[in-house]
Design a protein around this ligand. Sequence first.
Ligand code: PLP
Length: 635
Amino acid sequence: SALYRVDGWGAPYFSVNSSGDISVRPHGTDTLPHQEIDLLKVAKKAADPKHLGGLGLQMPLVVRFPDILKNRLETLQSAFDMAVRSRGYEAHYQGVYPVKCNQDRFVVEDIVKFGSPYRFGLEAGSKPELLLAMNCLSKGSADALLVCNGFKDTEYISLALIARKLLLNTVIVLEQEEELDLVIDISRKMAVRPVIGLRAKLRTKHSGHFGSTSGEKGKFGLTTTQILRVVKKLEGSGMLDCLQLLHFHIGSQIPTTELLADGVGEATQIYSELVRLGAGMKFIDIGGGLGIDYDGSKSSDSDVSVAHGIEEYASAVVQAVQFVCDRKGVKHPVICSESGRAIVSHHSIMIFEAVSASTTNVSPQLSSGGLQSLAETLNEDARADYRNLSAAAVRGEYDTCLLYSDQLKQRCVEQFNDGSLDIEQLAAVDSICDLVSKAIGVSDPVRAYHVNLSVFTSIPDFWAFGQLFPIVPIHRLDEKPTMRGILSDLTCDSDGKVDKFIGGESSLPLHDLGSNGGDGGRYYLGMFLGGAYEEALGGLHNLFGGPSVVRVLQSDSPHSFAVTRSVPGPSCADVLRAMQFEPELMFETLKHRAEESFDQEEEIEDKGLAFESLISGLAQSFHNMPYLVAPSSCC
Ligand code: PLP
């Protein structure tokens, strides 16, 4: 487990058990040993054909653990409750979940259910997100906030006001000054008293991947001048009491609590000024930004880690708000946060399979006569490189070997391109160079493991901006990996590979595919901490659809689990439909063509059977997922 830093990024939910498999502890530190779930068993049950009692689902597979969601939410709530209690803060914490992080119906419904004892609400950033939040929250607590962020038009604002009519605790957060006129106008027409928030554009700026939303040049929010104009206009309309919430969002993965405290302090100053100007302020909404330790380093120097935990985060926020309010004599506001990443990242794991791995050529394809003629065909420079390469190899000079090997290959490609070297000779040169490199230990030991997923669909943040996620085999962890590999996906796109891993590694220690007989010849890997953002961002590149999904709860008997929901990933027909094709029609057209072609064939023995088998293969192709179903043998 040390090789993959599981104890670092995985605690308290993931560890390696005595069988060498990844073990899931759904209740975090409160998990009892008999409640641990072996992830390999979940993968096998999901993948097994139905007649073996399995679910027959195809990979990749997202495994959701609602108990982890519950634990994350309760950990966040209790961190703030503790900070409020220990500091004598005179208001409470009441979070909202930004549904953009994972809009899956069952994820949102679970969060609303788990959060209802704590008045936990939802945040929406668009009309469909607002509709789903309205639907899910109506089953939750009446005090829970429904925060409406994002660009707003007439329809969005009307919908938010309808939500207030439905007795949902809805706040329309102004992201742009122009939205105010619409809110005043529409709320009058609809005779609804709105609750208004405004998003402040803070000067505090966080650098790095996620910092572009912060600072004066950030995309969203109102400047101080705009905030003052909003206050004036609300006052003029007799609606200043409607302004009750101040929102800001510095960016995701805020690296340090110092930066966080700076931002919260600045925002609380604005909040206090709004109180002084007569607004009906009640809530300070600190946005998202609670970070995740993706690489297990617990370091604020890493782009994918943070040095602080949830408790330190909550304590820094409460302290910063309290400090400013007390100095200004302002009543403590209810603190709201919009943590998304911190709530949903851990709850789902994407499991996929390595279906084959590449090898290098190590045996020259030419006979000794061929080698002789190769030596004669090489031009003088290439022959000199060959001699120098051999001499450097005998002396064991690694760097010199690499230099002459590269030079020799390049010269031979030039000779091939001008027609003076044939393809067998070019292959032989590659093999000779590989052989020499291997003999002196400088051969590239990194293989490409072909994995049945699409990086674009399932790990879009890696492709888009290099976001790293822990990726680990979910079994054989009691066995020393003998290879190193990069992961090459099934798309025909050269960007479709994972070649950067946590800890700054450019390859991953992996096991030999040939020797995993105990697990039915399959080699399963898991991508962890990808429960936020990855599912909704992924597209249909190469028409690889989404993964299959299962929802797993621990069951009553020890170490066992129950799959409470299973959804197969989109079939080829589904993804074709998404591109406006009509699969049923396509099937009929292709079948008709097959009939015509069979009619013309005379030589086929059992025509009927051959035709049936062709048609059923065709039908199956529409029905199956676009990913490979079974691993081919390793090459
Ligand atoms: N709130 C707003 C306005 C955001 O833009 C975001 C993410 O970008 C979030 C909340 C969620 O942030 P995080 O996932 O860091 O908790």
